[in-house]
Design a protein around this ligand. Structure first.
Ligand SMILES: Cc1cc2nc3c(=O)[nH]c(=O)nc-3n(C[C@H](O)[C@H](O)[C@H](O)COP(=O)(O)O)c2cc1C
Length: 237
């Protein structure tokens, strides 16, 4: 299948025009099967100076698993994305690292065994296929949340829903008596019902108010992102 065919198929599946993919994003993805993903064609290519350092800090380590306290559990994808160009640290990961640093929480990254395509459109196509199949992709490692009271749980909006690897983790874990503080990034769809999904899927957990931020803000306006993270963390006290 050539690129144009792939692109047409993506737009057909999304039920949107190229223009609608960009202009209509804000109102999209309120329904799980009606999420629009925007075109990345106008995205600049940017690589934040601190990206490499940040990537090193996001390895899937859980040094303190079992000791109690807080865990930042996050799914995030680097590479080409909407509105931010090609980045080395994903938008949600930027927030995850801030939260971990500010709270002293451990950080665990949910990663699919097979990495998603680096190209935005290819990734959108593959993610939509997974969503339609109800896939539960295998993860590189399963997080151990047993010893934590609080889980800061972060993910992007993918086609108006949680990325499928997030479901893989959710369904494998025991959420009883956990407090979940969800956060997400997006390109116009907000949290798109994902916080309610987390509340319904994570049986036995208490879910607090969440933090929702555009991916572009998280990636390109760090002071604003930090201010929103601070306010949110304060509200959880
Ligand atoms: C496969 C895919 C699907 C997406 N679907 C949506 C969507 O339905 N609504 C939306 O607002 N943004 C959508 N986006 C944009 C991402 O939610 C946004 O860029 C987010 O900040 C990415 O976070 P990350 O860098 O942590 O992965 C999608 C992006 C990808 C790659």
């Amino acid at each position: 299948m050539d690129d144009n065919t792939t692109r047409r198929r993506f737009l057909q599946l999304a039920g949107i025009s190229t223009l609608g993919a960009v202009a209509g994003l804000a109102g999209c993805a309120q329904n799980r099967n009606n999420g629009n993903t925007p075109s990345s064609s106008s995205s600049p290519s940017t690589k934040p100076d601190d990206a490499a350092d940040a990537t090193n800090a996001t390895s899937s380590s859980q040094e303190a698993a079992g000791k109690g306290g807080s865990l930042v559990l996050v799914f995030s994808r680097a590479d080409e994305n909407y509105g931010v160009g090609t980045v080395e640290v994903g938008n949600t990961m930027v927030l995850a690292q801030m939260i971990a640093e500010k709270t002293g929480a451990d950080l665990f990254e949910i990663e699919r065994v097979t990495a998603y395509p680096a190209g935005y459109d290819d990734c959108c196509n593959e993610a939509l296929d997974e969503q339609h199949e109800g896939a539960r992709p295998e993860l590189k490692a399963m997080p151990n949340i047993a010893g934590y009271d609080t889980v800061f749980f972060g993910f992007p909006c993918w086609w108006g829903d949680l990325p499928m690897p997030v479901y893989t983790a959710i369904e494998a874990l025991d959420w009883n008596d956990k407090t979940i503080s969800p956060f997400n990034t997006h390109a116009g769809s907000g949290e798109s019902g994902m916080f309610s999904t987390v509340a319904s899927k994570c049986a036995g957990a208490t879910v607090t108010a969440g933090l929702t931020m555009s991916g572009e803000t998280a990636q390109n306006n760090r002071s604003e992102a930090e201010s929103q993270v601070d306010s949110w963390l304060e509200s959880l006290q």
